[in-house]
Ligand binder design. Structure first.
Ligand code: NAG
Ligand code: NAG
Ligand code: NAG
Ligand code: NAG
Ligand code: NAG
Ligand code: NAG
Ligand code: NAG
Ligand code: NAG
Length: 374
């Protein structure tokens, strides 16, 4: 296990200055500090399902200065205020809440992710809890959702939800999104489907759903893989029976105190080859590049990446900068093909594999699970 030792890539000493890796010491194991569990209603109705909301912040918890302001607003509403805005929720479930953080999703970091994973695993282990909802900013929502898909091992639903408009805006979408998320978390039909993302009536798998538009309400969907289901009159309808996405692996992060450092490099014309070494020198333990086309990079950048790999053995994963697509495994040479994973999901998967001390071949096999040969 890597958690208690300083981890240095095998050949680090050869050529590059040793990168800086945070120590994962026993002292740091101390706390995935337990948060205060608040009962949101005054009295429990024992005939209703129990859903726990983990609030992290984001637009859904934000207020602007006017009903027309839809950018530049402030995060600040707490979990109690989120539920207070949608009293219908307490007619369908008993709600307990945890305030994990109150930040925009660009500021969600590994401390918050590990706390979420630990607390959600503990919550879902309780017999009387039907499911959980995570409220989150939309910008990196898919990363947290994919992380939870890999780090939470339960048949009970985990629903990640956000909003594109702050609570103060005309036609704010947060309240109905939250009602639908709680409905889904409490639904028997939602079991065995892993972590789901729901916004704007759509239900999608955390595996494939991505944010497609920086501003519009209709932004979360999964282009080729499609949606899992849809809300009609606040009832979730699914297209398919429960099934696991190909390539799904669960990681037990119970003892993890930090996550491995993985950077994403964005390929483009005249990509600076120095970025690969610079990232490594700054402490990266793994790299993902958002390739042009199906995992491509310029000859110069490729040579630099291969040189770094030859010198250090650091895993380098090739993904695609296009919104959707597939990087096939054939002829990738030094790089590991990301298959369907977009750069941000490939990063999460590589991060967890490195955190669990997978070696290069195991990482290659892990990614290859996503594209088994027929
Ligand atoms: C990256 O570092 C390796 C090892 O020191 C070196 O051989 C290579 O020239 C460097 N590449 C670039 C593009 O600076
Ligand atoms: C408890 O929930 C059940 C099922 O929805 C409902 O019929 C009943 O009226 C609720 N009881 C109270 C006291 O609200
Ligand atoms: C909800 O929680 C209460 C209190 O623990 C429990 O009595 C009840 O059975 C739970 N509801 C369901 C549907 O599990
Ligand atoms: C909750 O249910 C009760 C009983 O059906 C109903 O009178 C009340 O309007 C509902 N509250 C909300 C906010 O939907
Ligand atoms: C992550 O963010 C939280 C909340 O802002 C902060 O308390 C924590 O120190 C941050 N963790 C890291 C590793 O930066
Ligand atoms: C996930 O849960 C299943 C069923 O309980 C169990 O067999 C498996 O070992 C668990 N995986 C991890 C990584 O905990
Ligand atoms: C976590 O640490 C405990 C105590 O050392 C150990 O019993 C358990 O197996 C570890 N779990 C994992 C998943 O490494
Ligand atoms: C990396 O190593 C391979 C295999 O030894 C070799 O063919 C290739 O030329 C090396 N690439 C660089 C850039 O050093």
């Amino acid at each position: 296990m890597r958690f208690f030792a300083l981890h240095l890539p095998a050949f680090a000493a050869l050529a590059l200055a040793s990168p800086v890796h945070p120590p994962r010491t026993p002292a740091a194991v101390a706390s995935h500090a337990l948060f205060v569990r608040q009962d949101i209603q005054t009295a429990i109705n024992a005939s209703l399902p129990n859903v726990t909301i983990f609030a992290t912040g984001g637009t859904i918890a934000s207020q602007g200065s006017s009903s027309t302001q839809t950018v530049g607003y402030q995060v600040g509403l707490g979990v109690q205020q989120l539920v207070d805005a949608v009293p219908e929720i307490l007619n369908i479930s008993n709600i307990a809440g945890y305030q994990i953080s109150n930040v925009d999703s660009g500021s969600v970091n590994q401390t918050i992710l590990l706390k979420l994973a630990h607390q959600i695993n503990a919550e879902l282990a309780k017999d009387d809890v039907s499911g959980v909802v995570v409220t989150h900013g939309t910008d990196t929502l898919e990363e947290t959702a994919f992380f939870l898909q890999l780090a939470v091992n339960s048949t009970k639903p985990v629903i990640v939800v956000g909003a594109m408009r702050p609570a103060t805006a005309l036609s704010a979408d947060g309240p109905l999104n939250l009602l639908q998320a709680v409905t889904l978390a409490a639904s028997e039909n939602a079991k065995g489907r892993g972590t789901m993302i729901t916004l704007n009536d759509r239900i999608g798998s955390a595996f494939y759903t991505t944010k497609n538009n920086a501003n519009s309400l209709d932004t979360f969907f999964s282009t080729e893989a499609g949606q899992l289901g849809f809300f009609v009159n606040q009832i979730p309808y699914f297209y398919f029976a429960p099934s696991a996405p190909i390539g799904l692996t669960h990681f037990d992060l119970a003892n993890a105190t930090s996550l491995a450092h993985v950077d994403i490099l964005y390929a483009h014309q005249d990509m600076d080859p120095a970025l690969f070494n610079a990232s490594y020198a700054a402490g990266a333990e793994g790299l993902v590049f958002a390739g042009v086309g199906a995992g491509g990079i310029s000859a110069k950048a490729r040579e630099a990446a291969e040189g770094l790999f030859n010198a250090t053995g650091i895993p380098i994963v090739a993904s695609h900068r296009s919104v959707d697509g597939f990087v096939p495994s054939a002829d990738m040479g030094f790089a590991i093909a990301a298959g369907f994973y977009n750069p941000q999901k490939a990063r999460v998967l590589l991060q967890l594999a490195l955190t669990m001390d997978y070696d290069h071949d195991e990482i290659k096999d892990l990614f290859a699970l996503g594209y088994p040969k027929p």
